[in-house]
Design a protein around this ligand. Sequence first.
Ligand code: MLT
Ligand code: MN
Ligand code: ZN
Length: 298
Amino acid sequence: MGFRTRILGAAAGGGLPQWNCGCGNCRRARAGAIAAQTQSSLAVTANGRDWAILNASPDIRVQLAACPALAPTGPREVPLRAVLVTNGDIDHVAGLLTLREMQPFKLYATAGIHEVIAANPIFAALKSDMVRREAVALEAAFEIVPGLRATLFPVPGKVPLYLEGEVVETRAMGEQTVGVRLDAGGLTAFYVPGCAALTGALAARVEGADLVFFDGTLWTDDEMIRLGLGRKTGGRMGHMAMSGPEGSIAAFAPLRIGRKVFVHMNNTNPVLDPGSPERAEAEAAGWIIGQDGMEITP
Ligand code: MLT
Ligand code: MN
Ligand code: ZN
């Protein structure tokens, strides 16, 4: 049993279907015509016994129940050792509240993200003698679970929606939005569920990786506006779109990567419908469309 990854949730904040959304995909998911997807989270292990979860989504309770590898192994024993969050967004931290039942694990994030969590007293429900909060420096590799090294690095992004002020820098580089590099047994994977742009430095970083999970929030930048579902572009939300000359499919095309997997798909994204031409286009470009429960070995 070596390096394994399992997509616990492939959808962006809101999930598919989203409670208040009547878009085409949400209606099809409610009708059972396309698969429902839970919110953004990835489980990883290097030995099959000790697991880390990257991002704690509000759906974590059902995600854990659906994952035999993460089931309790004793009266109060679980294979979950660590949780790492890549930003302070609600879809990535709200699940921490579900993990409050006197269970020890380590909570890893940058100091900047830990500050956001610490500023919210509800997270004191995670008792400090049970849940050790470890601040991780950017670019410093650490062993997140036995045999698996993780390195956090900044990606263009913004502060969480609930902390936005009058002026929002949507491509800020720092501790607020990070990607994760994972190394085990000579294999390298990257997890980048939110990213506003694939900079040259980021492209150089992921070049040659065995596996990349990448921000698949939207197909087109103005998708939410055109569907009458919102006023924001993907760029304004800190997410690059898949399609078009500025999109992630074009940006990754010249890179040599073993497998490329889209995660964090918004429910409006047409690739979530297996019958869509957009799905066919993304797959023809070498992308896998992530879905709940998908296990991928790097
Ligand atoms: C995002 O990925 O843009 C955020 O999760 C949005 C949100 O917090 O609802
Ligand atoms: Mn999100
Ligand atoms: Zn919808």
